[in-house]
Design a protein around this ligand. Sequence first.
Ligand code: PLP
Length: 462
Amino acid sequence: MSLANTPDPEARKAVVRQDLGNVLHPIVQHKVLEQQQIVVTSAQNSTIVDADGTAYLDAMAGLWCVNIGYGRTELAAVAAEQMQQLAYYPHTAMNVPAAALAEKINGLLGGDNHIYFVNSGSEANEAGFKIARQYMKQEHPGEFRYKTITRYFSYHGTTLGTLAAGGMGERKTKFEPLSGDFIHVAQPYCYRCPFGLTYPSCALACVKNMETTILGEGPETVAEIIVEPIMSGVGVAVPPDEYLPEVEKLCRKYGLLLHVDEVINGFGRTGKMFGHQHWGISPDIISIAKGISSAYLPIAATVVKNHVFQSFYGDASDNRQVAQVNTYGGHPAAAAVALRNIEIMQEERLAERAAEMGAYLMDGLRGLMHHPWIGDVRGKGLLVGVELVLDRQTKEPVTSAHIQSVVDFCRNNGVIVGRSGGGRRYSNTITLCPPLVITRGEIDRIVEVLGQAVASLGRQLA
Ligand code: PLP
């Protein structure tokens, strides 16, 4: 059964029956899917189309990932050509597209790295944790450095290890107890400073809290610090400018590896090729996914600086190699697609475009601030959060039902927006992360519909 682009109600019904009877969808309640019954059949640029012909402007680029936009048939041709030439061979040998992709990514990151290919952002982070631990065992044999310092409200993935690293309570509780090797510290979320302070008079209390924690744990037990440069999931929290350089200094002071999660921030999203490049830091480990292939095929990677790579370099009998394997890492078709995806980003200057369009989007959104329920508009490039509150003075968050009503209003009016997943406390931010090819006219539409949605929420609250 396949659906052509022209609406066919019978074919659509058949897909809905087949799906609801057989597919286990995560993250959404099946009853919601039963009500909405959206069957996505095609997409072009920033627009997805349902089986009944309804078009939606996808202001979330799927799941924060279709950076170059939908419908690039050129990438399908690249995949087909590669699969005819060589569909698959494992990491135990080299293949042409994976080598070329690694060289391309290394070049974007200064040329002093090696790249380990995996299949998802979770796997990239998990591999990073393991590489940090193995590195510490090999480089500091007398010590036992295994802990990861991480932040509350962060999200680093869905496996047990990455969930433990994450700091969103609600996503974790159903699986707890989780590993205790991930030590959480306060997040740099200035709109709701965990210390009740205000930047810059706060003197970066969040970094001081991180240092106190490292000292409390004992630096000789800590392997790394993981940070997402701009924390996406909590509602796009942009740190103060000194934050990441200060975190890097802590790593250098205590001999820890700096592990940066670029799964969402990477590949042009924030207006530079990588989020951390806004702050001039030099991470030891970088996790990349999503925009690496704009989700045309699944591929991700853990990038390690060459000083880390050297620890894994040895003779066949040394047993120093990265101690893990995965079947699909460096998949030739996925690598070929990712390489062409990155070339397109460069040819079309999509990172620069994200900076320009992001500024335009933020201007439009700030123009909505006459609505008293908009507490904050923040972001960088095309990674933007609009935090909704019941009262601007007290910053009391709107409820989960309120924010859902805004998301539903937008969808019912043809615009897909996201919401923060901060768990029990901070799920009150609308998130926007459109394809980097979004046009000014489409941005105007997002702003207009979101404005109507907030006005409608206001009527509910009145
Ligand atoms: N890290 C961050 C910051 C993410 O937002 C995500 C997913 O959204 C992940 C890691 C996990 O990536 P994946 O869903 O590809 O496993």
